[in-house]
Design a protein. Structure first.
Length: 287
């Protein structure tokens, strides 16, 4: 992965200062209009990915590309590396690690979304995501063991291709606008589905989470911040994780570049079961 321009160059140009000034202004506006918190949140994630791209990706690690790409869209990372022919020669171990790192960055982003959009929310609501994150980190450690029998016959090789998701620009305001509008549409769309089509909030949340976990999480947290008494937040968070587990398992099952499909699917099911179990036990302990 090569940077089009070094990080020092960006600080010499006015575009990065303009982007950060706009970001500060958006935070000020969001303090008075809570619904608009979505916009600076999306912009912050883009800025974080930009700096991570410059400060961390110089090692040309395939897994690191997956991690950074997961902040933009873990679903896009899965679709690209599981089906693009240019990744067909990449080792099974590298492919699996890339998927795991994309999941980890997705979960980290979810934790950031909850923290940013919630005001002094209890730690119990973070537990499902923290549990899965710790589980996937454990699996990453297991997969990287050199004597691992699962991948012993498929030695890891350095990938010679890049994941085409990262953009060498601080904040792409076009992308921020599109994603913010999409999330706002989800907020009102879920209200419409619940009021006009008769579907429960839980079912609509699960259906949307099949496609984009981040967006539906922002939608749920925004709606909860406006009507906290009317929403069973912990149930919706678990439904988002369930939808993400099902969709990622389906993508792996249908993907052509990865053969250890049932190992990954079992891992996703165990991770979700652990998140439910640990959350339930912690809720009992806190009562």
């Amino acid at each position: 992965m090569e940077h089009k321009t070094p990080l020092s160059y960006h600080f010499k140009d006015k575009h990065i200062w303009f982007d950060m000034t706009m970001l500060v202004a958006l935070f000020v506006v969001a303090a008075y209009v809570p619904l608009l918190k979505i916009v600076p949140l999306v912009a912050c994630l883009e800025l974080f990915s930009f700096f991570s791209f410059h400060l961390l990706a110089k090692r040309r690690r395939f897994q690191l590309q997956g991690f950074l790409g997961g902040f933009i869209s873990s679903t896009a990372v899965f679709i690209q590396i599981l089906n693009d022919k240019k990744f067909a020669s990449t080792s099974e171990r590298d492919l699996l690690l890339t998927l795991l790192f994309a999941l980890c960055s997705m979960l980290l982003e979810c934790l950031f979304i909850i923290f940013f959009l919630a005001d002094q929310l209890s730690f119990i609501f973070y537990i499902p995501f923290v549990t899965q994150l710790m589980f996937f980190i454990t699996v990453i450690t297991y997969v990287q063991i050199p004597s691992n029998l699962l991948f012993l016959s498929n030695q890891s090789r350095q990938s010679t291709v890049d994941i085409e998701l990262l953009i060498d620009h601080p904040i792409s305001w076009k992308n921020v606008a599109k994603l913010s509008i999409f999330i706002l549409a989800l907020v009102y769309g879920m209200n419409f589905i619940g009021s006009e089509l008769g579907l429960s909030r839980g079912i609509s949340t699960l259906l949307v989470s099949f496609f984009e976990a981040h967006a539906i999480l922002v939608s749920v947290m925004t709606e909860w911040s406006m009507n906290p008494q009317d929403i069973d937040l912990i149930t919706l968070l678990l439904l988002i994780l369930l939808g993400n587990s099902i969709s990622k398992s389906y993508l792996v099952f249908k993907g052509s570049n990865f053969s250890h499909k049932w190992f990954f699917i079992a891992m996703m099911l165990v991770g979700f079961a652990l998140s439910v179990g640990v959350t339930y036990l912690c809720s009992l302990w806190l009562e």
